[in-house]
Design a protein around this ligand. Structure first.
Ligand code: PLP
Length: 374
């Protein structure tokens, strides 16, 4: 059996229906407003070298899974930063600093967010301090340094790097540009989400009036997923079923949906999908996710390498796609759901379905990408 057909055997790990689902456009656009969304597009679309990233048809995969269409938003082409995160952090830097030059920027990151913040700071001539945990690869650190940032490695996990960032930023009066919210820190995470919504504006123009029936959204702390839902509320007339996908080892959105409130989980083993290995959904995204997500699904790391290879070998589409580890869970989750006949029927995945997936990153960590490929 070719790798491309192996998908017919893949399984999801956990599936959960959100009993509190009640999609409400107005409530969503009260959290992230139409004005905030429109302003982000107006500003970002004028950045140098801006162009929409491709929306690719995974035709071969849709034939295997017996679906009408699978659209894949290829964020490996986002500026030269190779992930959708380029839209968020750098936009927040620009909005918060408002042209001032005497500000030092700081952030904690799993990699792509920091790259965006470093790039945004460099564009504006601002100094930047980036805190990373021991799990962030040296390759990713090097890229951030190449944008002129000071990269500070902290012992322990992402939480430790964030704590250290907050501590040093308070001491030194640095401006934190973080993509997660906490009490009294909600404006910047909102701005990063507003930046991400540019993806949905592009998609709304790329689908040629086709109705998306299902969208699968990766979640770490939930910022990207909630931003896409806000984008759906702003730009789409037809509201698709919304499915959140997470690593089985870091299902903080699923656990929160199950509990009906934000639940901090304990991560036993970090997922290879580093950007999604998060233990707590962020407060601003939660306000959107809690009632608008239809289903949650989790996936195992075991299928990541196979998916990376299949994307690269044109087994899912006619064109070669460079998709890094965080680009894979949408495909893995979709295959898992389609391979479970009962669930497939229950959530109306069939030959009329047009499914939207997000290829969140390319080979943002080139060394890990080569390992996964080989
Ligand atoms: C590269 C990368 N980082 C992070 C995330 C998670 O985003 P968030 O933390 O906003 O949920 C994703 C989502 O898939 C991702 O692909």
């Amino acid at each position: 059996m070719s790798t491309g057909s192996e998908v017919l055997k893949w399984k999801y790990s956990q599936f959960l229906k959100n009993k509190k689902n009640n999609f409400n456009k107005n409530n969503i656009l009260n959290v992230l407003t139409k004005h905030e969304i429109d302003e982000a597009y107006k500003i970002i679309s004028k950045w140098e070298n801006y162009s929409p990233t491709p929306l690719i048809s995974l035709k071969k995969l849709s034939e295997k899974l017996k679906l009408n269409n699978i659209f894949y938003k290829d964020e490996s082409k986002r500026f030269h930063l190779k992930s959708f995160k380029a839209l968020g952090g750098s936009y927040a830097v620009e909005k918060v600093t408002k042209g001032k030059k005497n500000i030092i920027i700081s952030t904690a990151t799993a990699g792509n967010h920091g790259r965006s913040v470093a790039w945004g700071s460099k564009k504006l001539g601002l100094k930047c301090k980036i805190f990373i945990s021991e799990y962030v690869s040296e390759f990713r650190a090097k890229v951030m340094r190449s944008f002129g940032a000071d990269v500070i490695r902290v012992k322990g996990n992402y939480d430790n790097s964030l704590k250290e960032c907050i501590k040093q930023s308070k001491q030194n009066k640095w401006q934190i540009i973080q993509d997660v919210a906490w009490q009294d820190y909600k404006l910047v995470p909102k701005l990063t989400m507003a930046g991400y919504t540019v993806m949905m504006k592009e998609i709304s123009e790329q689908i040629n009036n086709k109705k998306i029936s299902h969208v699968i959204l990766q979640a770490g702390v939930g910022g990207m997923a909630a931003a896409m839902i806000a984008g759906i509320a702003r730009y789409l007339n037809h509201i698709p079923q919304i499915i959140v996908v997470e690593p089985e080892s870091a299902a903080c959105v699923l656990e929160s949906i199950k509990a009906g409130k934000i639940e901090k989980i304990s991560i036993k083993k970090e997922s290879l999908m580093g950007g999604m290995s998060c233990d707590e959904v962020s407060m601003v995204p939660w306000e959107i996710l809690k009632n608008s997500v239809n289903h949650c699904v989790t996936v195992s790391d075991n299928y990541i390498s196979k998916t990376v290879k299949s994307l690269s070998n044109c087994e899912f589409s006619k064109e070669k796609i460079i998709g890094g580890e965080c680009s894979t869970p949408g495909i893995i989750g979709l295959a898992g759901l389609c391979n479970d006949n009962e669930i497939k029927k229950k959530i109306n995945l069939n030959d009329r379905s047009n499914v939207l997936l997000f290829g969140c990153e390319g080979d943002a960590d080139e060394e890990l990408y080569q390992k996964l490929l080989n």
